[in-house]
Design a protein around this ligand. Structure first.
Ligand SMILES: [Zn+2]
Length: 195
């Protein structure tokens, strides 16, 4: 899923936890970060199978499990929440395109944005686009499930921030920064493909 949506989920998680744990700014930021940080493995895509960052170790369940187990061993609630948050991220990523969940080299997930036939014949589909990435971006924004998820997470993020963690409202603009990057990318790709 897109990074703005994961940031939103991070804020929702952190805001709910804040009600029970009265977190400080550092703890709040760490939980939000844990929701989307692994997507920066995209800068290491060249080391991944098929140059897909979701095939990297970071997009398997193992980093989340390791952090979760460390949290349990050291009785550290913050680590436990971050571990769960990492696991939520990779679980969500199984819904749209799937991810190398167990780091076995196999892409696992519902893969709602691509049919099994398309998945098999992806090498024949992508050359139909001037930029291969267009296929993935267009599928995402043309999918009703993704649109509903984007809107629902945004609304929930605003509500949970307002009612549960209003003192941490001021870095909500980061959401719009990430959303802006994705929408700009969508607009650019549309222009390129329509040329
Ligand atoms: Zn991801």
């Amino acid at each position: 899923m897109h990074i703005n949506l994961l940031y939103g989920i991070g804020r929702i998680t952190a805001s709910i936890c804040h009600i029970f744990l009265q977190m400080n700014l550092f703890e709040f930021i760490i939980i939000v970060l844990s929701a989307f940080l692994i997507d920066f493995d995209i800068f290491f895509s060249k080391f991944a199978k098929d140059h897909n960052h979701r095939n990297l170790f970071t997009h398997s369940i193992w980093p989340g499990c390791i952090i979760l187990i460390l949290g349990i061993i050291f009785f550290n609630l913050l680590l436990i929440i971050c571990g769960v948050s990492l696991l939520i991220h990779v679980s969500i990523d199984t819904l749209d395109w799937g991810t190398n969940l167990f780091y076995t080299g196999k892409t696992i997930g519902l893969k709602c944005l691509i049919s099994p036939e398309e998945y098999k014949n992806i090498d024949e589909i992508l050359p139909n686009y001037k930029v291969a990435h267009s296929f993935f971006i267009f599928r995402y924004y043309n999918n009703n499930g993704c649109r509903v998820a984007e809107i629902s997470v945004f609304i929930l993020m605003i509500l949970t921030t307002l009612f549960l963690a209003s003192e941490f409202w001021y870095f909500i603009p980061i959401y719009f920064f990430f959303l802006g990057i994705h929408l700009y990318e969508y607009k650019k790709l549309k222009e390129i493909e329509n040329r």
